[in-house]
Design a protein around this ligand. Structure first.
Ligand code: UZR
Ligand code: MG
Length: 251
C-alpha cells in the first residue's frame, strides 16, 4: 500500500514542497541506525552482525572516523598532543551534509581516513542510497543534529578493561603503534574524553547493549525490531527535490 502524497519521513521529519517544482520522482527514505560506544567496545562487530542478519536488505555502514579532520603541520609535528576523542576532532558539518545527501536519495562520496598518517587518504568511497544506513562511531550520539537523523540510537556498553585490552591489541597490530604510546594516549585523551563526552551520550540511546557483540540476545531483538520498523518504513516515501525539515509531526 502506497500513500499517494506522503509528507512524513520516518525520522520525525516532514517534507516541504518548494514552490512551483513539479518534477518529483519518488524515493525511499533510508532507515538510519546510530551505533555509539567507547573505543574498542565492539561497535564495528555489532554493526557487522546486524548487517549480516539484514542480508535481504541493502545496508551501508558509514563510520564517523571517516570524518576526522586531517592534521595541519603543527598537529603533525606532535601527534601525541592531539585528542582524537574530542568532538572537535571530527568534521561534523561534512558528516551532516553527506547524510543529508544520502537521505535525499543521492549517492555520496565518503572520505577515506588513514589512522597511520592521521590524514584523509585516497579518493573516498561512493555510497549509494540504501534501505538502511548504519552510522557508527564513538561520538555519533553526541551532536543533537546527528542524533535527530536517527531512527534508532544504540550504545554499545563494554567493560573498560576489556576495551583497553582490545585497544592495545588493535593499535599495536593494525595501526603500527607501541604499547607505551597506546597507554599514554589512553591516559591522556581516550579515558578523559570517554568520561566527558562518550559516556554522557549514552543517555540519548534507545537501546544499550551490555557486553557488546557477545550479546546475541540483544542483537537479535534489535534486528527483529529493525525488520518490523522497516516493514512500516517502506510505506514512507518522499519526493526528490523536496527538502526535509525537523518537526515534531507524527504519523
Ligand atoms: P574506535 N584514532 C586513532 O588512534 N588515530 C587516528 O588517527 C584517529 C583516531 C582513535 C581515536 C579513538 N583515538 O579512540 C578511536 N585516539 O580511534 C575510535 N587516541 O575508533 O571506535 O574504532 O575505537
Ligand atoms: Mg571500530
Amino acid at each position: 500500500m502506497d500513500a499517494d502524497f506522503p509528507v512524513k519521513s520516518h525520522n520525525q521529519s516532514c517534507i516541504q514542497l518548494p514552490n512551483g517544482d513539479s518534477e518529483y520522482s519518488r524515493i525511499k527514505v533510508p532507515f538510519i541506525i546510530g551505533v555509539a560506544g567507547g573505543t574498542a567496545s565492539g561497535k564495528t562487530t555489532v554493526c557487522n552482525v546486524i548487517i549480516s542478519r539484514l542480508h535481504d536488505r541493502r545496508v551501508v555502514l558509514i563510520n564517523q572516523d571517516s570524518f576526522y579532520h586531517s592534521f595541519n603541520d603543527e598537529q603533525a609535528a606532535n601527534p601525541q598532543g592531539y585528542n582524537f576523542d574530542h568532538p572537535d576532532s571530527f568534521d561534523t558539518e561534512l558528516l551532516l551534509s553527506c547524510m543529508e545527501t544520502i537521505i535525499k536519495g543521492q549517492s555520496v562520496n565518503i572520505p577515506d581516513y588513514d589512522y597511520k598518517t592521521h590524514n584523509k587518504s585516497g579518493p573516498g568511497r561512493m555510497v549509494n542510497p540504501s534501505d538502511v544506513i548504519i552510522l557508527e562511531g564513538i561520538l555519533v550520539l553526541h551532536d543533537e543534529r546527528v542524533r535527530d537523523l536517527m531512527n534508532i540510537k544504540i550504545f554499545v556498553d563494554s567493560d573498560s578493561d576489556v576495551r583497553l585490552g582490545r585497544r592495545i591489541k588493535r593499535d599495536t597490530v593494525e595501526r603500527g603503534r607501541n604499547i607505551q604510546y597506546v597507554l599514554d594516549q589512553y591516559d591522556k585523551h581516550v579515558k578523559p574524553s570517554f568520561e566527558e563526552f562518550v559516556l554522557p551520550s549514552k543517555k540519548h540511546a534507545d537501546i544499550i547493549i551490555p557486553r557488546g557483540a557477545d550479546n546475541d540476545v540483544a542483537i537479535d531483538l534489535i534486528v527483529q525490531h529493525i525488520r518490523t520498523k522497516l516493514g512500516q518504513h517502506d510505506l514512507c516515501k518522499i519526493y526528490q527535490n523536496l527538502f526535509v525539515i525537523p518537526s515534531t509531526f507524527h504519523i
